[in-house]
Design a protein around this ligand. Structure first.
Ligand SMILES: NC(=O)c1ccc[n+]([C@@H]2O[C@H](COP(=O)([O-])OP(=O)(O)OC[C@H]3O[C@@H](n4cnc5c(N)ncnc54)[C@H](OP(=O)(O)O)[C@@H]3O)[C@@H](O)[C@H]2O)c1
Length: 218
């Protein structure tokens, strides 16, 4: 039977690469990102459903959930890097930190809540994309890293509360994407892994469905 996944942040980077892997394996996909043109181009390429919007918009998340009444996999991949150049915590702009928390923690939880009935019915899976910045003391990465630490613990507790599901919180490692280029510059980012290679490892995780837990892909 055809399986269905929702992927946030699927217009480029890791989300796009995972969408390509899942589409090649015959999955039915519901994809989102804010930029409608890029997302619709991807959806046309993959025969997927594009629902453009911002993950911080609760109505948008309800639209995503309604588009996948039968759901096997939710991938919370969309994420905000925050202020660049990455500021030390001593001067971190607090309004920007609130936006980070909303995008990287509250929105994934809201989409989990909206899709839980369908995921429970299917005995499905949730992937929450985190980062080594969740635990590493990297200067400048405190705002973003704190949100990823929160997403990891949220996933950890969710895995205990929902034993019928698989819940993985996944550190993809450094990848050559726009987010990394925005953080460290294009030259340094170019030395990082190809997101397509990382997506292959992520596809293997989703396909093999090991027990819930933390996963590092590199
Ligand atoms: N790249 C790395 O080295 C690295 C390392 C560790 C962890 N990660 C994590 O890996 C994941 C993927 O990152 P990436 O490097 O692939 O980033 P990316 O290339 O910048 O892609 C981010 C995707 O998310 C979408 N997006 C961003 N904010 C959104 C919002 N508020 N609502 C809806 N969609 C939104 C973007 O499209 P729009 O801008 O059009 O909305 C885009 O499709 C993230 O969770 C990131 O934290 C990345």
């Amino acid at each position: 039977m055809t399986k269905t996944a929702i992927i946030t942040g699927a217009s480029r980077g890791l989300g796009l690469a995972l969408a390509r892997s899942l589409a090649a394996a015959g999955w039915n996909l519901v994809l989102t990102a804010r930029g409608a043109d890029d997302l619709e181009r991807v959806a046309a390429e993959l025969g997927a459903t594009a629902i453009p919007g911002d993950v911080t918009d609760r109505e948008h998340l309800q639209r995503l959930a309604r588009a996948a009444p039968e759901l096997d996999l939710l991938v919370n991949n969309a994420s905000d890097l925050g202020v660049t150049p990455l500021p030390p915590l001593a001067g971190y702009p607090l309004e920007a930190f609130r936006v980070l928390l909303e995008t990287n923690v509250t929105a994934p939880l809201a989409l989990i809540q909206a899709t839980l009935p369908a995921l429970r019915a299917a005995g499905g899976s949730i992937v929450n994309i985190t980062s080594d910045a969740a635990t590493g003391a990297y200067e400048g990465w405190g705002g973003y890293g704190a949100t990823k630490a929160a997403l990891e613990q949220l996933s950890n507790v969710l895995s205990a509360e929902e034993p019928g599901l698989r819940v993985w919180w996944v550190d993809p490692g450094e990848m050559n994407t726009r987010m990394l280029a925005d953080a460290v510059g294009a030259d340094e980012a170019a030395a990082a892994a190809d997101p397509a290679k990382v997506a292959t490892a992520l596809y293997d995780l989703v396909d093999s469905r090991p027990a819930s837990g933390k996963v590092s892909l590199q």
